[in-house]
Design a binder for this molecule. Structure first.
Ligand code: INI
Length: 154
């Protein structure tokens, strides 16, 4: 039989840092609610979750790096929202946030989920942070899967 290794979607006992940016708080609060709902529905306990806030998406990798180095968390779920119409440096902020979060994940061997919306306008951001199709929810689920995958991979 072909070996098949994958992470179960069980959040029980997984310590998660929910790293959320304040910029576009109307959107990021919905991403945070989605991520918390996802963890709850997959058996995660409230006391295993820590919410950490930063000013904007630019600061997400900086704080993620510190959180990863602390050794206190099994995973980080990074939540933010960059809207093209609101910033001339949209590409810089969104690309550097993604690159920095990826670097942190690889450097520390820690799952870091990318729940950063990069949209053309507020309507797109609202649609992707709604109760269905919530990207914070999806990011939290991928973090759970990756933690459990790493546990199986050793
Ligand atoms: N930060 C965001 O998270 N989203 C944005 O759309 C945004 N815009 O539009 O500028 C934004 N800027 C702030 C940036 O992330 C930093 O907090 C700031 O540059 C200070 O370092």
């Amino acid at each position: 039989m072909t070996p098949n290794i994958e992470g179960p979607l069980d959040a029980n006992g997984i310590k998660v840092a929910l790293l959320v940016s304040r910029f576009n708080e109307q959107i990021t609060s919905r991403l945070l609610a989605g991520a918390e709902d996802c963890l709850e529905r997959h058996g995660g306990a409230a006391e295993d979750r820590t919410v950490v806030r930063v000013p904007g998406a630019w600061e997400l990798p900086q704080a993620a790096s510190r959180l990863a180095a602390s050794g206190r968390f099994d995973a980080i779920v990074a939540l933010g929202c960059v809207i093209r119409g609101e910033t001339f440096h949209f590409d810089i902020i969104s690309l550097e946030a993604a690159r920095g979060l990826s670097d942190t994940a690889v450097r520390h061997g820690l799952p870091v989920a990318l729940g950063v919306l990069t949209t053309e306008n507020v309507d797109q951001a609202l649609a992707r942070s709604d109760t269905s199709g919530n990207k914070g929810w999806e990011a939290a689920l991928s973090a759970v899967e990756m933690v459990n995958l790493y546990r199986r991979l050793g």
